[in-house]
Design a protein around this ligand. Structure first.
Ligand SMILES: CC(C)(COP(=O)(O)OP(=O)(O)OC[C@H]1O[C@@H](n2cnc3c(N)ncnc32)[C@H](O)[C@@H]1OP(=O)(O)O)[C@@H](O)C(=O)NCCC(=O)NCCS
Length: 199
């Protein structure tokens, strides 16, 4: 892919190139930016999630509304939405993971989900790393997200990647995770590490 990505910071980040690597049963997967043609495949991926995965990502065990899925295919300017595509059993390309950040102020609010059958193969970690690298290149100040406190896997991955986490003081079911991307004079740390621990 070519081109430049607009940014609310006035800086621009290079368009993330598509990336392909071996994964699954002898196949290859591709990570790339989403486009409007992905709506149907994103809908299918979201509808195919287990109740737990849907709850962890969208905080609902029921149907995820179209507006949310559509926003994954067509994110706001300055935001970034990525998918991982892999051939299904019939060899047809299917979306097997989705990740995005939305810019609020100069902070990238991010979330990620991997289809159940593809979890534990490094897709989530790779997507989060790519979001972080892109947000940093775009000149954003920090990344943050809300993770359900019971979501041990996500919290472990984020801590391993260097995110701080703390229990949300207003909602004990949630952890707030964050990472400073760019130190600015007088701003200090975006969120101090939680010395009381996240677990
Ligand atoms: C959380 C999620 C995004 C992670 O993506 P993934 O592709 O499954 O994860 P990865 O394969 O990249 O990494 C898995 C890591 O978690 C670790 N892990 C797995 N289960 C774990 C557990 N119960 N507790 C702690 N760590 C765990 C593994 O050891 C692995 O670490 P390693 O890479 O050092 O071996 C994915 O599982 C998912 O979509 N879950 C449902 C939706 C969700 O929770 N989204 C996050 C909402 S903010």
């Amino acid at each position: 892919m070519t081109g430049r990505t607009g940014s609310t910071t006035g800086l621009v980040a290079s368009e993330p190139p598509a990336e392909t690597w071996p994964a699954g049963r002898g196949g290859r997967v591709t990570m790339r930016r989403t486009n409007e043609q992905d709506r149907g495949a994103l809908r299918a991926m979201v509808d195919g999630l287990s109740r737990e995965s849907r709850y962890f990502r969208f905080l609902t065990g029921g149907r995820v509304v179209d507006e949310i899925v559509d926003a994954l295919a067509g994110p706001a300017p300055g935001s970034l939405a990525l998918v991982v595509v892999a051939p299904d059993a019939q060899g047809t390309p299917a979306i097997v993971a989705s990740a995005e950040y939305v810019v609020t102020g100069r902070v990238a609010e991010f979330a990620v989900v991997v289809a159940d059958g593809w979890q534990g193969q490094g897709l989530g970690r790779r997507l989060i790393t790519r979001l972080r690298d892109h947000a940093r290149a775009a000149g954003l100040r920090a990344m943050r997200g809300d993770v359900l406190s019971e979501n041990r896997r996500m919290l472990a991955i984020l801590r391993d990647l260097g995110f701080s986490s703390r229990r949300n003081p207003e909602d004990s079911f949630l952890h707030e995770v964050s990472m400073t991307l760019r130190e600015e004079a007088g701003s200090g740390q975006w969120l101090p590490a939680d010395w009381f621990g996240a677990y």
